[in-house]
Design a protein around this ligand. Structure first.
Ligand SMILES: *Cc1c(COP(=O)(O)O)cnc(C)c1O
Length: 457
C-alpha cells in the first residue's frame, strides 16, 4: 500500500501550479503560502483520521476558495429585503448621499476637527454639530458621543454617581444587545430607586421616593415593547413640574432611544415623542441615537441644559467615548437635511417610511413581471413593513410583498444569503418574501439577479 501522505504535494510544488500565478500576483506570495500551509496541515490531519487524500485539482479548488475568503472583508454590504427599516442586525440606518459625501471628504484629508480656523489655535471637536442640534431641538447645548448607550452611561455617571436615581418599574427595560437599564445604572455607579409597578406608576410614586439623596429622575422610552391595557405612567411634563416644586433642583433625564426630529403621525404612525417635545417639556437632559429614526450614523446625542453639558464635556469618560471625525461629518450632513426641511426626500429612513403603498405595489409588480418572464413561480401578497430599532413597536406600514414560492423556503433563503451581495429576506411557510420598502431602486437589478441565481441552483 502506498503512503497516502506521499500523494500530497509539497508547498513549493503547490505554489508553482499555473492556476495560482494570478492569485499570488494579486495577494502576495507570503499570504498565499501561509494559507496553503494551513490547508495542507489540516488535510494531513484528515488523512491520518482515515480520509482519502484529495487530488491536486481538488486541493487547488479548496485553496482558491480559502484565499478568496481570507482576503475578503468579513463586513459586507447586503440587500435588506425584510421590510424592517431600522434593522439593527443589518446596520440600522443607511445614510443619505450628502452624509456619505461628507464622510468621504472628512476621511480623505485633514480638517478643522479640533482647530479654530479664525483664531489659528486649538479648538474643540464638540462644537461641530452643536449649533445645528440646538437650533433643531430648541436645546441650550448639545454633545455627541459614540452611541446612545454611552450617552446614557455618561450622563448618569456625571449626575448621579454614588447617589439615587428614581425610575419607574415599567421602564426598567432591556433594549437588546445586553443593554439593560438596571445594569447601566449600576455601571454608572448610581443607586437605582424603583417606583410604581410594571404596568402603573403614578406621579405620587415619584413624589414619595424623592429625597435628600436623589440625584436625578430618569425616564426611559420603553423602546421595543409596550404595556397595553390597565396601565398608567407619569408624563415628562408632570415629572418636570414635580422636581420644580422640590426644595432643590433635581434634573430630569429623558432617554428617548430612537429620538425623532419629525412628527411620525403624518406618516400613518402613532405619536412618538420628538426631541423637541422633550426639550420643550423641560427635560434637563435628553439622549437619543444617531442611527435610528434620525437616519444618520451611529452616535449618541445628548441635548439639554448648558451647565450640565459643559461639565459633561470635561469628564474624562467623555474623552473615552468621543466621536470620530467621519461620524461627525455624516451627522452634520444628516442634520443639515432637517434644517433645510428636506429630510423626507434626502434621508433613506424617512424616504422608506414615506413610501406610498401604490408606489411599493408598482415596484413589486415590476419585479414579479421580470421573474415570471424568467420562469419563476411568484405571487404578490399584501404585507406589513416594520420600523424596527426599538422605535414604534407593533406599528407597521402597509406594503406589497413579492413571494417566491418554494417547498423549501429555508434553503432558498440560505442561497440568497450566500449571494454576492448577500440578500436577507423574510421566510414564510411556502415562500421567501421580499419587501420593496427597504430595497432602493438602484439595488433592484442586483436583487432580481440574486433571486434568479438562487432559484436556478
Ligand atoms: C436603542 C436605545 C438605546 C441604545 O442606543 P444605542 O445608540 O444603540 O447605543 C438606549 N435607550 C433606548 C431607550 C433605546 O431605544
Amino acid at each position: 500500500m502506498t503512503n497516502p501522505f506521499r500523494q500530497l504535494p509539497s508547498i513549493d510544488r503547490l505554489l508553482a501550479r499555473p492556476e495560482l500565478v494570478e492569485t499570488i500576483a494579486m495577494y502576495g506570495r507570503a499570504g498565499v503560502r501561509d494559507i496553503a500551509r494551513d490547508l495542507l496541515g489540516e488535510t494531513r490531519v484528515a488523512i491520518r483520521k482515515g480520509a482519502t487524500p484529495p487530488e491536486i485539482d481538488e486541493l487547488i479548488t479548496q485553496l482558491l476558495a480559502r484565499i478568496r475568503r481570507e482576503f475578503s472583508p468579513s463586513l459586507r454590504s447586503a440587500l435588506n429585503a425584510t421590510g424592517v427599516i431600522i434593522h439593527t442586525n443589518l446596520g440600522r440606518a443607511p445614510l443619505s448621499l450628502a452624509a456619505r459625501e461628507a464622510m468621504m471628504a472628512a476621511a480623505a484629508g485633514y480638517g478643522n476637527l479640533e482647530y479654530d480656523l479664525e483664531q489659528g489655535r486649538r479648538g474643540s471637536r464638540y462644537v461641530h454639530a452643536e449649533r445645528l442640534l440646538c437650533r433643531l431641538t430648541g436645546a441650550e447645548a448639545a454633545l455627541v458621543v459614540n452611541n446612545n448607550a454611552a450617552a446614557v452611561t455618561l450622563v448618569l455617571r456625571h449626575l448621579a454617581r454614588g447617589r439615587e436615581v428614581i425610575i419607574s418599574r415599567g421602564e426598567l427595560v432591556e433594549i437588546g444587545g445586553g443593554f439593560r437599564i438596571p445594569d447601566i445604572l449600576q455601571q454608572s455607579g448610581a443607586r437605582l430607586v424603583e417606583v410604581g409597578t410594571t404596568n402603573r406608576t403614578r406621579l405620587a410614586d415619584y413624589a414619595i421616593a424623592l429625597g435628600s439623596d436623589t440625584a436625578a429622575i430618569l425616564k426611559v422610552h420603553q423602546s421595543n415593547f409596550r404595556i397595553v391595557g390597565f396601565s398608567e405612567s407619569a408624563s415628562l411634563a408632570e415629572l418636570v413640574r414635580l422636581v420644580n416644586d422640590w426644595v432643590w433642583p433635581v434634573p430630569v433625564i429623558n432617554d428617548l432611544g430612537s429620538g425623532t426630529l419629525l412628527d411620525t403621525r403624518p406618516f400613518g404612525l402613532a405619536y412618538e415623542p420628538t426631541v423637541q417635545d422633550s426639550v420643550q417639556a423641560g427635560a434637563n437632559i435628553t439622549t437619543f441615537s444617531g442611527d435610528k429614526l434620525l437616519g444618520g450614523p451611529q452616535a449618541g446625542v445628548i441635548v439639554g441644559d448648558k451647565a450640565i453639558i459643559e461639565a459633561l464635556k470635561l469628564e474624562p469618560l467623555t474623552r473615552a467615548m468621543r466621536v470620530d471625525k467621519i461620524t461627525l461629518a455624516a451627522l452634520q450632513a444628516t442634520l443639515m437635511a432637517y434644517a433645510r426641511e428636506t429630510a423626507v426626500e434626502e434621508i433613506p429612513v424617512w424616504r422608506m417610511i414615506a413610501a406610498q403603498p401604490e408606489a411599493l405595489a408598482h415596484r413589486a409588480e415590476s419585479w414579479a413581471d421580470a421573474l415570471v418572464a424568467a420562469g419563476l413561480p411568484v405571487e404578490l401578497r399584501p404585507g406589513q413593513s416594520a420600523i424596527g430599532g426599538g422605535a414604534l413597536p407593533g406599528q407597521t406600514l402597509p406594503t406589497t410583498l413579492l413571494a417566491v414560492l418554494s417547498d423549501k423556503p429555508q434553503s432558498l433563503a440560505a442561497r440568497l444569503r450566500a449571494n454576492d451581495p448577500p440578500v436577507v429576506a423574510r421566510i414564510e411557510e411556502d415562500a421567501v418574501v421580499f419587501d420593496p420598502r427597504t430595497i432602493s431602486p438602484d439595488e433592484e437589478p442586483g436583487l432580481l439577479r440574486a433571486i434568479q441565481d438562487a432559484w436556478a441552483q
